[in-house]
Design a protein around this ligand. Structure first.
Ligand code: ATP
Ligand code: MG
Length: 180
């Protein structure tokens, strides 16, 4: 599995539709301060279902929508799509290519799509559980996360190892079953 493409519309500093294409192997995103590098990483976590505005470096969820600049008006919605190559079947779905989209309006209305079909946040979270690519998994390591990993409670530190070992899904299902 690898990340093939990101499409952003109105997300943070990306007012216009922007497409970033990636190939297998190592890609580095470089640019001056404030040019939007971290916004790309935020977009990836956001489309994977991040619910905390603070961890996306904002105060409210609405802060992910382009807020306007000296020369451009603010927009009313934003959308991010990730396209993943799933030829190796790493994600437990039959699609060879997996596309996930999240869209949110200033009114607060929001939607998720899986291969262009409306789905729930839960479907997205479950799809990526144990894949190593969840919103909190070890494949996205933000600034400060390394220190956090070293200093937090052992129980929390175990999380990324459980994700890598592929048991998160089962723990999640057990918790759900216990709640019913
Ligand atoms: P650095 O090298 O300093 O880490 P960076 O390339 O990671 O910089 P980002 O943090 O991704 O930069 O981008 C910050 C820019 O994004 C700022 O100019 C900020 O004004 C802009 N920005 C963030 N949210 C919005 C928004 N909702 N609307 C418009 N612009 C935004
Ligand atoms: Mg940055």
């Amino acid at each position: 599995m690898f990340l093939k493409r990101i499409d952003l519309i109105g997300f943070k500093s990306f007012a216009d539709k922007t497409t970033l294409e990636f190939s297998p192997g190592l890609t580095a995103v470089v640019g001056p301060n404030g040019s939007g590098k971290s916004n790309v990483a935020d977009a990836i976590r956001w489309v994977l279902g991040e619910q905390s505005a603070k961890s996306l470096r904002g105060n409210r969820m609405e802060d992910v929508i382009f807020a306007g600049s000296e020369t451009r008006r603010a927009v009313n919605f934003c959308e991010v799509s990730l396209t993943l190559d799933n030829e190796d079947g790493h994600l437990p779905v039959s699609y060879k290519e997996v596309n996930i989209t999240r869209r949110v309006y200033r009114s607060g209305e929001s939607e998720y799509l899986l291969n262009r079909q409306p789905c729930r946040l839960k479907d997205i979270l479950e799809l990526f559980m144990d894949s190593g690519l969840g919103r909190e998994s070890y494949s996205i390591i933000g600034q400060g996360r390394i220190e956090e990993m070293l200093s937090t409670h052992p129980e929390d530190r175990r999380g990324p190892f459980e994700d890598a070992a592929g048991i998160v899904k089962f723990k999640h299902r057990r918790k759900e079953a216990e709640r019913k």
